[in-house]
Design a protein around this ligand. Structure first.
Ligand code: GDP
Length: 444
């Protein structure tokens, strides 16, 4: 997952510091040497890594020694602050106020994820109540126009009927005129990409920039390409003066070099990150939260937002009632799995849980993963409705049939039933303590 390697390495550095009674210039220097190597291994640019270490060192040596923090904690706090600033400081929003329609141009190399991200952004804005209009302006590949049309259909977002016979700049002016007539408030232009930076392409984008009032030029890059993404971003910024960056395929980027260098090098903030192929796999980039994730502290805020987006209040209340009255069935268990899956891939969710990295390293600890969740789901689905409502009906021969029906083994079925019973036991214990489940305070 995101930044995984760096997280591991930094944890190692901080662990060593914990062994020292207090911070000295020597142990700070030692630790910072390792941090610098960790950053370089994460494909952070040389200059950025050097600057980063210099400012952490300066702060650490100059800082008043707070009594409440241990040496390890002090360094972590400083590293966190510096990471936040490296990642861009405050969360950068896109410009949606002012002149309507807002016009956003997506730019970047071919394969960076421009078209997919145009769709994702349209979905995100539509979910916020805006009326987006998707505009394909890549006239070199007929398939590109079609790709955006397919996305628009799936999202129920209108797509401008561009043709390959029209010049991109004309497509854009026509589309904006159309948006005004139809009251679409956000125009998203998906432009052509090339395999490499190319002057003809740049000229075409500059022509669009000169002809229409753009609110945003978002440079889209594949995070996995590391320093190449940074170099290309710099070039686009020089030629076009971009307003922000979207890094795609972040979920697969264990190193994170592009994310950590791109703001310093270009001066432009990362505004969103793509974290999967699905159309809802686009996240606002919050430097503060990402810094916490890098330091293995999780990202509880994003987790809560994701949960709130999928959880239905009525359903949650019903569930709380069931828990209190001992009616939580295997069917409810299945519902819970569905809800979790709606929040995104399990790996993605788990990466936001504080301390999960440590759990992963404990031998024999139960490892939550997508495969196990899928198995559990298949097993419950192979039960009859009656069985789901009363697990006591499931005897040995039924267990075998459920295993056969779900393509699993009887050991798997037993494990699911066992964890369900454990859950029931735990709930019983919690029921003895009012407030734990419902959040209500005990009455006097
Ligand atoms: P374009 O040439 O820049 O328009 O790129 P596309 O939008 O066609 O994307 C290229 C490939 O990258 C497609 O297979 C997308 O599904 C994939 N892709 C885009 N964003 C992400 C992301 O955030 N994560 C992953 N895993 N794949 C992505």
């Amino acid at each position: 997952t995101m930044f995984e390697n760096l997280t591991d390495r930094l944890e190692g550095v901080f662990k060593k510091l914990r062994g020292h009674g207090k911070l000295t210039e020597d142990n700070i220097q030692d630790a910072m040497r390792e941090v610098r190597i960790a950053l370089l291994d994460a494909d952070v640019s040389f200059k950025v890594a050097k600057q980063f270490v210099a400012s952490v060192t300066e702060k650490a040596i100059g800082r008043e020694v707070g009594k409440s923090l241990s040496p390890g904690q002090q360094i972590i706090k400083i590293v966190h602050e510096e990471l936040v600033s490296l990642l861009g400081g405050d969360t950068a929003q896109i410009e949606l106020d002012g002149r309507q329609p807002v016009v956003i141009m997506m730019a970047g190399l071919q394969g960076s994820g421009k078209t997919t991200t145009s769709g994702k952004l349209a979905k995100m804005l539509k979910d916020k109540g805006r009326r987006p209009y998707l505009v394909p302006a890549d006239v070199y590949r007929p398939a590109a126009i079609e790709q955006l049309q397919v996305l628009g259909d799936r999202l129920d977002v209108p797509v401008h009927p561009s043709t390959t016979a029209t010049k991109p700049v004309d497509i854009c002016t026509q589309a904006i005129a159309e948006a005004k007539i139809k009251n679409y408030d956000t125009v998203i232009i998906d432009t052509a990409g090339r395999l490499h930076v190319d002057n003809v392409l740049m000229g075409e984008l500059q022509e669009i920039q000169a002809a229409v009032q753009l609110s945003e030029i978002l440079f889209v890059a594949d995070a996995m390409t590391g320093q190449d993404a940074v170099t290309v971003a710099d070039k686009f910024n020089t030629d076009l003066e971009i307003s922000g960056i979207i890094l795609t395929k972040m979920e697969g980027d264990a190193r994170g070099g592009a994310a950590l260098s791109i703001k310093t090098v270009t001066g432009k903030p990362i505004k969103f990150v793509g974290v999967g192929e699905a159309l809802d796999a686009l996240e606002v980039f919050h430097p503060e939260r990402v810094a916490s994730r890098i330091l293995g502290m999780g990202d509880v805020l994003t987790l809560i937002e994701k949960a709130e987006a999928v959880v239905d209040k009525d359903q949650a209340n019903k569930l709380a009632h069931k828990l209190q009255t001992n009616q939580f069935t295997l069917e409810d268990f299945l519902d819970q799995i569905q809800q979790i899956k709606k929040m995104g891939s399990l790996d993605q969710i788990l990466s936001m849980v504080p301390g999960i990295n440590k759990l992963k390293k404990i031998k024999d600890a139960p490892q939550p993963n997508e495969k196990e969740l899928g198995k559990t789901e298949a097993i419950i689905r192979s039960m009859t409705l009656k069985e789901r409502r009363n697990h006591k009906l499931i005897n040995t021969s039924r267990r075998q049939r459920i295993a056969d029906g779900s393509g699993t083994s009887i050991t798997d079925v037993n494990r699911v039933l066992k964890s369900y019973s454990e859950m029931l036991k735990m709930m019983k214990k919690m029921r003895g303590k009012p407030g734990l489940i419902t959040g209500e305070k005990r009455r006097k």
